[in-house]
Design a protein around this ligand. Sequence first.
Ligand code: F6P
Length: 325
Amino acid sequence: MRPQPQEPRREGSTIPQETTLPEYLALAGEPVEFRALIRQITYAAKWVAAELRVAGLHGMLGGTGETNVQGEAVQRLDEFANQTFVDNLLRSPAISDLVSEEMAEGMHIAQHSRGEYALLFDPVDGSSNLDANLAVGSIFSVRAPRDVLRSGRAQIAAGYVMYGPATICVLAVPKFGANLFTYEPRIGEFMFTRGPLTMPSSGGSYGVNEANESGWNPQVREFVSWLRGPAKHSTRYSGALVGDFHRILIGGGVYLYPGDVQHREGKLRLLYEACPLAFIAECAGGRAVSEECDILDIVPTQIHQRTPLIIGSRDEVGRFLPRQG
Ligand code: F6P
């Protein structure tokens, strides 16, 4: 029997069905410059999505033999995606500064120096999943150029594109919350799908790389044993932050990448991984903390700095780090 089409989940949205992302931004009254910025980000993402579908056919999987500024092996697709983002973003006069996981230095675009935005991004998050044909993502954060080294509360917008069975984009702006768009390849547009998203206040799963357990501090150990034991959460960990976070955004629960004895700051990058996802989580009613404070309260000192990250539903994150006062 053929499955019957179902009404998409609307979450009380007044956005008409079949609204494209550019139409949504216009309906939302976003300024022309911001709409142009999102257009360039989504162009880049469409190229990346198209390449991912055929990368195995023409030798685009595997490493380049180089290591990036983080000391991690660069995949061919990391390089391709970074260049694709940069090329597309350079076309937008609204962008004056770029910070990428794959570039040692931030890029100031002299001819666009009056542009109102800085874009901080991770072109391919979870690239160890590439060879296995599992979901990966691109994460981005939008700030004013002068705010790059301010706390995550200075972010203007944040989002990610996840390349899974469907290519989806979650875009968060404080006025309209976090909304989900699905790429419709037949018309070449991201279409409004659901939103504003609300993260459940608790959930049934947690994601963490348990192989690091011997290096965790007592606070992390106690929390994870509570998740496994009394809280009866199931483990769900794919090795790519975007997919693992998206599961929690939709279904609730918690993702964590804590520090360990050798890497006190953990693995994830503050400016283009933790901050944008924390911003999305807060827009959806969730929470994100380091081991000491809310992620969005950390004032960065350098563009590639790392942070422990515990992100997800209010109840689970609040159990790990209760709110002060
Ligand atoms: O960007 C870092 C990243 O690839 C994340 O996407 C992912 O959650 C994490 O690293 C996985 O790290 P590990 O392999 O140490 O579990």
